[in-house]
Design a protein around this ligand. Structure first.
Ligand SMILES: Cc1cc2nc3c(=O)[nH]c(=O)nc-3n(C[C@H](O)[C@H](O)[C@H](O)COP(=O)(O)OP(=O)(O)OC[C@H]3O[C@@H](n4cnc5c(N)ncnc54)[C@H](O)[C@@H]3O)c2cc1C
Length: 432
């Protein structure tokens, strides 16, 4: 059976549900098509949800209603070298006051809730429906077919929000048919149950406060890093690897994750917890240079499908960019209906609005960061440098002391080399 809508959104992740919600609120008849048996079933992330300015506008009581875990007040980075580690942590008073800077969330709960909000606004959610083909007439997209189902869904415009691999954008000719492993990362995560009081005590938290920590030097030389985030009564612990580096290492993500959790510093943090589940997902980490064609005749690409993920090495932002681009895609579709123009030209207001938003501005600002993060020294030699430098500062041997600059240069020379230090410092300065 065929059905016609005013718009079809593929994928009920943060990008798709934000787009569907925006369109439904504006009165459009929109179908939100999701392959999972419920939105979020197939989705995982680290992770921290950051502010969502566009969605907050469509949905002013968003933060009161969304299913959130802890708000992040402490952010840290740990440099590790097997049996030594050096931490830096910021605990910001401002992060403990609303509007909070970020929350831990669970994707199955969050994604389901956001999709339900789109449904409450009038969108039609179709689950267990994997979009198979993008239908076209005279070169323009006119709808989609669903795997294993007869008939089709028709609409003058389709929003491809089907995530990092976006077969839809590929089939519509907006993305290359294969992806470049140098622009992709894979994340693996262990969810560890732990009593709430134990988390509070171990990480120095009270009320609903949360902690987010990144780790460098914990990936056995594979380019990547680790994370630990506190939920109410569980920890999300994981690793993210550059796909190309992981492939050449011959190591498996789960072996590396288990080794990470057994490192002395990590073992203390997860001790007393109970492993609940493992999960894994790809991340588009190529930044601005990975962005595909964003619009075609009758189609718009949003979220991870458009590579809107900002991985700077300091933070990983994806959901906020996905949601922001979803809202803007929704607004562009509403404008296209008003103007009755679904051509590439008519839909290009999407690109214009994106360029004015922080999505494209931030990706442009950090355009060089993905390249900088391909430097292998970041993942082994620099953590060793930080740990040995700090160890030398605090070592008291009853012998005359050396000044701090000398101590630093000594560690730098031994671990990285002074020429590399200068070159890497310049590259980091240009990238960040
Ligand atoms: C390990 C890891 C850690 C991360 N940490 C963070 C973090 O801390 N903060 C942050 O902001 N971001 C983080 N991210 C990134 C973030 O998860 C993504 O950027 C975000 O989920 C993108 O949202 P999206 O809606 O574009 O895509 P997705 O969330 O991938 O949603 C796509 C949806 O489309 C559906 N779908 C796919 N194909 C089809 C099809 N053919 N037919 C129908 N439905 C389909 C999927 O089932 C899914 O529901 C992390 C990612 C990973 C993997």
């Amino acid at each position: 059976m065929s059905k016609t809508y005013q718009a079809i959104v593929i994928g009920a992740g943060p990008a798709g549900s934000s787009a569907a919600l925006t369109m439904a609120r504006a009165g459009l008849d929109v179908a939100l098509v999701e392959r999972g048996s419920f939105p979020g079933e197939k989705n995982m992330f680290g992770g921290v949800l950051h502010r969502l300015p566009a969605l907050e506008k469509v949905f002013p009581d968003f933060w009161e209603r969304a299913p959130l875990e802890r708000h992040i007040i402490k952010k840290g980075v740990t440099f590790m070298t097997g049996d030594s580690s050096f931490n830096t942590t910021i605990e910001a008073g401002n992060f403990d006051k609303p509007p909070y800077n970020g929350y831990t969330i669970f994707r199955p709960r969050f994604d389901s809730w956001l999709a339900e909000e789109a449904v409450a606004a009038g969108a039609k959610l179709i689950t267990r429906a994997t979009v198979d083909e993008v239908l076209r007439k005279d070169g323009r997209v006119t709808g989609v077919s669903i795997l294993g189902r007869s008939g089709q869904l028709n609409a003058p415009v389709v929003v491809a929000a089907d995530g990092v691999l976006s077969f839809t954008a590929q089939k519509a000719g907006l993305r290359r048919p294969s992806f470049d492993p140098a622009q992709m990362a894979v994340g693996v995560k262990a969810l560890i149950d732990m009593p709430r009081e134990m988390i509070d005590e171990r990480f120095g938290l009270v009320r609903d406060q949360g902690f987010a920590n990144e780790f460098v030097g914990c990936t056995e030389g594979v380019r990547g890093g680790g994370f630990l985030y506190t939920n109410y009564d569980s920890l999300s612990v994981g690793l993210v690897f550059h796909l190309a580096s992981l492939r050449t290492s011959g190591k498996t993500p789960y072996d590396l994750l288990n080794a990470f959790m057994e490192q002395p510093q990590m073992a203390k943090m997860v001790n007393g917890g109970r492993l609940q589940e493992y999960s894994a997902h790809l991340i588009p980490e190529g930044g601005y240079d990975m962005i595909p064609e964003l619009v075609g005749d009758g189609i718009i690409v949003a979220g991870d499908a458009a590579a809107f993920c900002n991985a700077t090495g300091l933070n990983l932002e994806g959901i906020n960019l996905a949601s922001q681009s979803g809202v803007i895609a929704g607004e562009a579709v509403v404008a296209a209906h008003r103007d009755k123009d679904f051509s590439k030209n008519g839909l290009s207001v999407y690109k214009k609005l994106l360029e004015e938003s922080y999505v494209i501005k931030d990706l442009k600002l950090y355009r060089k960061a993905p390249h900088m993060l391909h430097n292998n020294r970041i993942y082994q030699e620099y953590p060793e440098l930080m740990c040995s430098f700090m160890e030398n500062i605090y070592k008291i041997e009853g012998a005359p002391k050396e000044n701090i600059t000398k101590l630093f240069l000594k560690s730098a020379k031994e671990k990285v080399g002074l020429g590399n230090l200068l070159a890497d410092g310049f590259s980091a300065w240009r990238s960040l």
